[in-house]
Design a protein around this ligand. Structure first.
Ligand code: 9WN
Length: 433
């Protein structure tokens, strides 16, 4: 496992150490999430990294996002991993030989995976642009990325609208970003795992098995990814054994359309299509995935049409949507026993009161900095500056004590997963500023 860092005494120490993490993890044109566990470029990680990097080097933050979109497929999808061809083939599983993007006509020259991750990019591009508009203009940052973001969202809103509901589906737990969330247990139970002997996990060389998904989880991940690949990455409910309309992705898409409207204004283009897409997504998201009795957003199983009533942090993320009509109710849920916004930190990835809450295992309990950052951003957006400030202070304290870990026990603050994790460092830099 990667070596834990010592506790950082002051905010200045923390700031310096966060910069060091980002410097260590920088590779020519992008940042790897963690040097050993994740040695390639990941999609939504790059969005969070840019949000922090923009304070250190706006040009580098812009390159981070440009390089990701440089690997965009011709059908608009942005792959969840862009592989570094210089990294040994067996450094991460599943690698390029598993995904075989080279055999797909729509894929770019650089090897990539064929699945996607949550669309946090438009928000990141807009925040990165705002940090230094002059440099961005000189580099043509917005004018190059805006059309690519439009294509990315179009892919999600058309090819990924698998039910005709107007919402996008994720078709693999890795696409949700919250890989082994208990919310996926029921839909995943219908997927037959590939036997563990048929593949070799690399993650367990760099992180404790108790912190990671199980072999059965991996068997299912491999089955779904293989089926998708063998269907030529075609999108249809017939191909996808797992498909869910999840609140986190659809909320980021709505917030992203709002960001695209701001970009369109800046570029002298018509913002109205983005404003109406944002309004439509916000309305459908709330009408379809919000449960008023629970005060919570839930994912919907695209195969059965049923809501999955599992309290995942993904159901709180719609707070990032400007003008969300149920913001106050959602904040009340976050303050309640399941998430304990006032004292649990980072925000637990899963219901603290659930019998199967596991404070150390990945997305089944621990708190992550990115989802907490999104909620913090939402609190500020919806006029809750003191709750936001309180959360910010506690996040800084936690990371000062634990170091730049991947996730933390939300009650004790103990660090889990890898150390030297890029989005923890980047978002802490953003919170310091
Ligand atoms: C699979 C890189 C990624 C994050 C995901 C997180 C984890 C990968 C893995 O690491 O997933 O994509 O190998 O477990 O769940 O959110 O983007 O940091």
């Amino acid at each position: 496992t990667e070596r834990p860092e010592v506790a950082h005494r002051t905010i200045e120490d923390l700031d310096r150490a966060a910069r060091r993490v980002l410097a260590t993890n920088w590779r020519q044109h992008a940042t790897v999430p963690a040097a050993r566990l994740y040695p390639h470029q990941w999609s939504w990680d790059s969005a969070f990294v840019a949000i922090g990097l923009r304070h250190l080097s706006p040009a580098r933050a812009q390159r981070e996002l440009e390089s990701l979109f440089g690997a965009q497929w011709r059908d608009g999808r942005v792959p969840h991993i862009v592989f570094d061809p210089h990294v040994p083939a067996d450094a991460y599983f599943p690698g390029p030989s598993f995904w075989r993007s080279g055999a797909v006509p729509e894929a770019p020259a650089v090897p990539t995976s064929g699945i996607v991750q949550p669309p946090a990019h438009a928000l990141a591009v807009w925040l990165t642009y705002r940090a230094d508009p002059a440099t961005a203009r000189a580099r043509g940052f917005l004018s190059r990325l805006y059309p690519r973001l439009v294509e990315w969202h179009r892919y999600l809103m058309t090819r990924r609208d698998l039910t005709g509901s107007g919402l996008m589906s994720v078709v693999h737990p890795w696409e949700s970003g919250l890989d082994n969330s208990p919310a996926w247990d029921t839909p995943l139970s219908r997927v037959t795992p590939v036997p563990a002997g048929e593949f070799t996990r690399r993650d367990l060389d760099h992180a404790a098995a108790a912190d990671r998904p199980t072999d059965t989880d991996y068997g299912r991940y491999v089955r779904l990814a293989r089926d998708y690949r063998d269907a030529g990455y075609a999108d249809s409910l017939r191909v996808h054994g797992f498909a869910v309309e999840d609140p986190l992705c659809n909320a980021l898409l709505a917030a992203g359309e709002d960001a695209l409207a701001s970009m369109a204004v800046e570029l002298g283009r018509d913002p109205r299509p983005h404003r109406s897409a944002a309004a439509r997504l916000t309305g459908t998201l709330t009408a379809t995935l919000y449960d008023p009795a629970a005060g919570m957003f839930f994912a919907r199983d695209a195969h059965t049409g049923k809501l999955i009533r599992s309290y995942s942090v993904g159901g709180l993320v719609p707070l990032v949507v400007p003008g969300l009509p149920v913001a106050a109710e959602l904040i009340r849920t976050a303050l309640g026993d399941r998430f304990r916004l006032r004292d649990a930190c980072p925000l637990p990835s899963y219901d603290l009161t659930a019998g199967d809450h596991d404070p150390g295992r990945y997305w089944r309990g621990p708190g992550w900095i990115n989802t907490s950052w999104l909620f913090w951003h939402g609190l500020r957006l919806h006029g809750e500056p003191s709750l936001a400030e309180d959360l910010r202070q506690r996040l800084l304290d936690r990371v000062r004590d634990a170091g730049f870990r991947e996730y933390l026990d939300p009650l004790t603050g103990a660090g889990h997963g890898t150390d030297g994790f890029s989005w923890t460092a980047a978002l802490i830099l953003d919170l310091i500023r």
